[in-house]
Ligand binder design. Structure first.
Ligand SMILES: [Zn+2]
Ligand SMILES: [Zn+2]
Length: 225
């Protein structure tokens, strides 16, 4: 595992060099930068600093873990978006390779962090995309008639949790959205239930792929009628 101080350097360089295409604002004389150079991850260039090839791969990995940690904190652990930055910084160092894939799968291979920055794709995302992603989105955003499996509940409100449990909604439950208006109507097992928007927003569902297709994701073949 790379020294967390070096990881911070890599992350900053990835954002400036790879994503924004501008020179790094880092001080080349700072201790962590020197360490990154010694590790062969960065190199001095024209008074500035750039990522070496292994440095770029390592940096991509750090950024991926950071943004996945943000998604996990906001979507599953219900941390406010404003508070997420600092927690995610500590979290990213803990998430090792292998665990990032598990988190990525749990979250449905998200493409964006809560701030709208792209999450570099992992191997898990590539294979998930190849066999049509099963996207995770809240029930409130699901397609009418769409079916899926509850992935997780993003709430710490005891009232919400009690209501959801009373309806038998737990991770792994099969769920189908029937109606969205005037309130959300859905089926779980043999029962039909209603929920208001705030409750429907905390139920995250792994939608089946045909549910994605309904939104115009394309299913091959031009059919004319
Ligand atoms: Zn972010
Ligand atoms: Zn993935």
């Amino acid at each position: 595992m790379i020294d967390p101080r070096i990881e911070e350097v890599l992350e900053s360089l990835y954002e400036s060099e790879v994503e924004q295409g501008r020179p790094s604002p880092l001080d080349a004389a700072a201790e962590p930068v020197r360490l990154a150079c010694e590790a062969g991850l960065t190199a001095a260039c024209g008074g500035g600093l750039r990522l070496t090839e292994p440095g770029r791969a390592a940096a991509r990995d750090v950024v991926r873990r950071h943004r996945l940690a943000e998604r996990l904190l906001v979507d599953v652990l219900d941390v406010a978006r404003e508070d997420v930055e600092e927690d995610a910084c500590q979290f990213e160092h803990i998430i090792r390779r292998g665990l990032d894939e598990k988190i990525c799968r749990l979250l449905g291979h998200p493409r964006m962090c809560p701030h709208g920055k792209p999450i570099p794709a992992g191997l898990c995302c590539q294979s998930a995309r190849a066999d049509a992603i099963r996207e995770v989105r809240p029930l409130a955003e699901g397609p009418i008639g769409g079916e899926g499996v509850v992935a997780y509940l993003s709430t710490r409100q005891r009232r919400d949790i009690q209501k959801l449990m009373a309806m038998g909604i737990l991770p792994g439950s099969r769920i189908r959205l029937i109606r969205r208006f005037p309130s959300y109507v859905f089926q779980v097992g043999y029962g039909q239930f209603t929920a208001d928007e705030s409750l429907a927003a905390v139920i995250y569902v792994h939608w089946k792929e045909d549910a994605n297709r309904e939104r115009g994701a394309g299913g091959g073949g031009n059919r004319e009628s």
